[in-house]
Unconditional design. Sequence first.
Length: 312
Amino acid sequence: MKTLLFLLTLLLSGHASATEIPDYKAKKIAAHTYVIHGPQEFPNEKNQGFMNNPGFVITNTGVVVIDPGSSLYVGKMVLRQIRKITDKPVSHVLNTHVHGDHWLGNQAFDEAFPKAVIMAHPEMIKAAKNGGAEHWQNLMQSMTKGATKGTKAIIPSKAVNDSAQFKTGGFTFAIFAPGKAHSGTDIMIHAVDDSVVFLGDNVTNKRMPGMQDASYRGNINASDVAIAIKARHYVPGHGPTGNVALVKSFKEYLSIIYTQAAIYYEEGLSDFEMKPKILKTLSKYTNWAFFDQEVGKHISLAVLEAEKAAFE
Ligand SMILES: [Zn+2]
């Protein structure tokens, strides 16, 4: 009991503020590239919505950050990990899409490096300005029971389109945005010199994607574009980093569902009738995080898209 009381006192008088989140280690995945793999969880009070994979590339003169997380405090945590490796300034921040778990951490970088250029797809900027920022701030706050409070949405100011390229500190970054895929606001970033592709949520690994804003056909196409880059390393929006096999496996998941949904729709089957048939063909994916919660929704969305496609 005494120990418990002692621990409790320690906890209450601890140095860490209530909003600070613990360090997650940055993993070196290529010569100059690091990824902090977020937990496979939905936003909660403890993780402050941290569940994505912030990445950074250290160039000769600065640091390029990709998707700095879901809140001011997650962004600060990402910056702490960068500071363990380099004292170079952050020159650029890229946001892969409008979902707030990927970009609300911008604030930490905007405060520390006011000159850093924050970039995203023009549709991401538009969506964020048209209510997306507020929607995600509110969603994060309610899901984390207020833990992300104080986070301001710093919307990217520079738009980058498909096939844009920029050079910084002797490194080249190429942007791929082949139409609506995961959210209609997506970019993928190829860090050419390290042969790394940051996929955003166009591809997730061992973790179900959120398909609510996605297009199956567009997302399958984006996977093909990523595969064709022939990079050595692929960083998914969620789940472990790996090689091209993870992109192929994800594409196969979408293809299995969409192809069958289209066929069964033509045959006149209802959503309810085709679900058990499609489920039987997904045994390779049942160990993915959130499979049971999400798979039914994924099939329903595929049916809706197949239905729409039939009238095109
Ligand atoms: Zn997303």
